[in-house]
Design a protein around this ligand. Sequence first.
Ligand SMILES: [Zn+2]
Length: 136
Amino acid sequence: MNRLFTLLPPDSVSMVSDLVSSFDNLTISIVSPRKRKLGDYCKQLSGTHRITLNENLPPYAMLIVLVHELAHLKTRLIHGKNVTSHGKEWKAIYSNMLKEFIYKNIFPQNIAQDVMLHAQKPCACFPKTLDKLRQE
Ligand SMILES: [Zn+2]
């Protein structure tokens, strides 16, 4: 987990730490970059939850992708398996989780508005308006 904290925006670390520790049996792994995805969530046969994140994500992108995956975990805990992965249940949860970070002014002013627009109308993909965050 410590590796993750070094890859996030410094201001977000204590919030992320609280959020992550609110989930039981969760492992977060930083992995070699994959072309087709930035991160993912799965519940393993053992019952543990696993999130992977591409190691080359810049800090604010890392945070957004992490929140995206944590929203999958929370959706799974609340709604079980019988909802679509990016359906309205996930959207509502993701939106609320992301807004917490916006309200705490974790995102710099020049991107906060785009992050807010994304939080208000969540999509499965990394938002086009925030693509600049992905360029290192
Ligand atoms: Zn997803």
